[in-house]
Design a protein around this ligand. Sequence first.
Ligand code: SF4
Length: 318
Amino acid sequence: MEALFGAKRYRTFDYEMKRIFGSKVIKLSVDAGMGCPNRKNGVGCIFCTETGSGEFAGNPELKGLSVKEQLEYQRQMLSGKWKSDKYIAYFQSYTNTYAPVDILKQKYDEALSAGVLGLAIATRPDCLGDDVLDLLESYECPLWLELGLQTITCHKQINRGYDNDVFTKAAKALYERKIPFSAHIIFGLPWETPEQTLDTVRFAVQNGVFALKLHMLYIDKTAPLAKIYETDKFHMLTMDEYVDAVTEALAIIPPDIAIHRITGDGKKSNLIEPQWTKNKRLVLNEIDKVMIKKNYIQGCKSDNNTIKSRQVMYINKQ
Ligand code: SF4
């Protein structure tokens, strides 16, 4: 079977960006200091780190810098690694629609004034009031949201802080306004089976995501989960188990949905388990190998496996 997505059997972020924008696009992470309603009582999602799950944006070097300065700092830092002049500002840490709308506008505009071509905004589906949606809809640049779905089965155990129908309601509102959104899904949560994780994938697809971020559960020493793991050493997926689960997910994800992430991206120095996630290259290679071994290509088990162009989902309003 021939790979349909460049060198890969699934639609990667890199592949999509090159297809749409003609060359590599680099994401620059931003901590806009917005906080999170789910952390008001000091707990939040049990896997969330001290930097609000914004590992790169939580870099101490960036502390106290404005949005524009953070972007400039990272642009310079990454200029030696990748040759590209195309950037997306990634509002990564905490909940990036959790502020009065004039503050949100100021932060997003500041990022755009730094010469990025668009915005990726991580947030919660319960922080998308009409005023926020109006603001997001007003932007004509590429813009998408990343919603922390994680699981539809054990969201209470992970203290996600909202019910599944809140996601569905937000997804409907975003879809109607043509604001693209992706979902984060965690594999290996100890309160669900691999088949239940696939149910979360199906749920996200049915709710109209244009992209997905698939992660292995990892335990960061600054997250509440670290304490739970200390007393209750639950099973963490091995690399083989993760690769098996994630390749089954790729088989049911329609091929027009981009996979914006397929490995964890935690801070290595804070990682308790699983240690194998540190070797990202190895995990990616294993996924490629197993896709070939199973003779899978993204969407091969999906009801909707027509390859469509998703240009509309990146270039807002087209
Ligand atoms: S919603 Fe995001 S920032 Fe808030 S606690 Fe959960 S993972 Fe952390």
